[in-house]
Write a protein of this length. Structure first.
Lengths: 198, 401
């Protein structure tokens, strides 16, 4: 089944744009964007297996560590830079957001919203670190080291002087977006931000 | 054109091994082709022409009906055409990249027609300084013209014409072979679909020029060198072996040397308090140096290192971005983490320049402690990505034709 977060990201990407997908994994999203929007896409990925998978699909991919920034990518060299559901796994999320708006005219960031009612309740009632389908790890082995909320991300954008062009919410990657986003910071499991420099 | 088939079978009939999933390229022979017609002289980058021109080459696998499965492998400084398989059943040494070439291997000879030829200026069957100078009837020696990476590539293009190959599926090569790969993409953009440069640079780095110069000085300081006209007499073996020793150091890494030799002593329990080779590393280098003189010509070492040093796409084209402007090939660029002769930044430079004009390029960094030599050793870490790149590239090649 097609992931709704990918569909929403796709809607934000202009036809034929040059797209850089950070932490692109095996290239699923990139392949979808190339098929649907004829983008000139390439990815950055740290895992050897995932890089191999991308190359096997005929994608252009750069083997690199996002925690070291995007020094190999020139200012304004891409129309869109995407970071899909990986912000929370980076050691320096603020730096990477800066790098994204440096390299791309538009930055699209999606992340799990830690202020969703489910993790809130788990913490409040059980007094333990939340474990869910979206965040299935125990605290000691989670790769999600920098979780944030929708309000947190808005604040980061404000502090970085970024313009938020779009804010989209999902209740799950397999659930269509709600018609009316009521109290998104409480109700959305996933948020997608499209931001740019002012 | 005359052809000397040291092999009884025609091109395309080369045995492809036992048919096992991963096996050897089988028994192969080096073939030679000589271009000796008036229109077949090779115009050289540094001026002048070279001819008659003989090229030694080997092939593995079969050229497809559509002639769309040819993969050219380009060799490094001391390499030759013998890239895979064995020359006889009891040949103890397989070709220099046998680990990647054969049935079921990354360069699968069941799928691809693999070609490797000895570079001009070399000493393993192609025309070089030890070849006969038609003007004098004696070996060229240092009357051989200075050749460049571009000249090597143009000679390979003549070989492809001879083999009836219009466009290569891929060119793959490490170190100096990688420079030839870059040159192929630039000089013959319509003849290459995929490029895989490994452990190389778009311009010979200063440090590498420096080491090459030490090697050349060692050769030229050998009293047997005689300004390069030593054929028929004793060759400058001492100088050549020192050059090789220096070269070898640059192919290893601190960690690899530490691990391989440490401070271990050779067959003795204590220092000999002489200048004999007490340390294993000394004995290894002396052995490597000496063994090299059996198979390599000192003048070829001078000419080929010169070609390396002159290689600079930036100087030639104004900028690297400009150099790659007409490139149509898709690239897979491979770097090796501990390579200090061509560190990853030199390969990333190539990637950035290609990306600047939105060329299709992938970059992969192999984690290895083997230094520059890693591209000849890290089979496990390289084969998957190269195989994936060639397979997906073969699909897009077929679709484009």
């Amino acid at each position: 089944m097609r992931r709704f977060d990918h569909k929403l990201i796709e809607d934000l990407v202009p036809q034929g744009a040059t797209v850089l997908d950070l932490a692109c994994g095996g290239g699923e999203l990139l392949s979808e964007l190339i098929a649907a929007k004829q983008v000139h896409g390439s990815g950055v990925e740290i895992s050897q297996e995932a890089v191999e998978a991308c190359v096997g699909r005929g994608l252009s991919v750069f083997h690199g560590d996002l925690d070291e920034g995007l020094a190999d990518f020139a200012d304004g060299s891409h129309d869109v830079v995407i970071l899909s559901m990986s912000l929370q796994q980076l050691r320096r999320p603020r730096m990477i957001v800066r790098e994204m708006v440096r390299v791309g005219r538009l930055a699209i960031v999606s992340f799990p919203n830690f202020a969703h009612w489910s993790p809130r309740l788990q913490l409040l009632l059980a007094g333990r670190m939340p474990v869910s389908r979206d965040l299935p790890y125990q605290w000691w082995d989670t790769p999600n080291i920098h979780l944030c909320t929708i309000r947190d991300f808005r604040r980061l954008c404000r502090e970085e002087g970024l313009r938020v062009e779009r804010e989209l919410y999902l209740r799950g990657v397999d659930q269509a977006p709600p018609e009316h986003a009521l109290a998104p910071n409480l109700m959305a499991r996933i948020a997608i931000f499209a931001v740019a420099r002012r | 054109m005359s052809e000397r088939h040291q092999q009884s079978k025609e091109i395309g009939d080369v045995p492809t091994g036992t048919g096992e999933d991963t096996g050897n390229a089988g028994i192969v022979r080096t073939k030679q082709v000589t271009f000796d017609q008036p229109g077949q002289r090779l115009a050289l980058e540094g001026g002048g022409e070279l001819g008659p021109l003989t090229l030694a080459y080997e092939t593995y696998g079969r050229l497809s009906e559509a002639r769309d499965n040819a993969v050219l492998v380009t060799h490094a400084l001391s390499g030759d055409a013998h890239v895979a398989g064995r020359h006889s059943a009891n040949d103890r040494r397989a070709g220099w990249w046998d680990m990647l070439i054969g049935p079921g291997k990354a360069l699968d000879t069941g799928r691809y027609f693999v070609i490797c030829s000895n570079v001009i200026g070399g000493c393993s069957g192609s025309t070089g300084p030890a070849s006969e100078n038609p003007a004098t009837g004696r070996p060229y020696g240092t009357d051989f013209p200075i050749i460049t990476i571009a000249d090597m590539v143009n000679a390979q293009a003549m070989l492809l014409d001879h083999l009836g190959i219009d466009k290569l599926l891929a060119v793959v090569g490490g170190s100096m072979g990688g420079m030839q790969v870059l040159e192929w993409a630039i000089a013959h953009p319509q003849r290459v679909h995929l490029c895989v440069p490994l452990a190389t640079a778009a311009r010979q780095p200063t440090q590498a020029i420096a080491f090459n110069e030490v090697g050349r000085q060692a050769i030229m300081a050998d009293p047997n060198w005689h300004d390069g006209h030593y054929y028929g007499g004793r060759p400058p073996s001492k100088g050549l072996s020192v050059a090789r020793m220096v070269g070898h150091i640059t192919y290893l890494s601190d960690e690899a040397m530490q691990e391989k030799f440490g401070r271990r002593l050779r067959d003795i329990h204590d220092y000999s308090f002489t200048f004999s080779a007490d340390f294993e590393v000394e004995s290894y280098l002396r052995h490597q140096g000496l063994a090299f003189t059996d198979r390599f010509d000192a003048n070829s070492y001078l000419y080929i290192t010169r070609a390396l040093d002159y290689f600079d796409l930036t100087r030639q084209h104004g900028s690297l971005v400009q150099a790659f402007r007409e490139v149509t090939a898709r690239f897979l660029v491979l770097a090796f983490s501990s390579d200090w002769l061509h560190p990853p930044y030199q390969l990333k430079e190539i990637v950035s320049a290609l990306r600047a004009t939105h060329k299709h390029v992938s970059y992969y960094e192999v984690e290895s402690h083997y230094g520059h030599d890693a591209f000849l050793l890290e089979r496990e870490k390289m084969q998957g990505i190269i195989e994936a790149f060639l397979k997906s590239g073969a699909r897009s090649f077929a679709a484009a034709r």
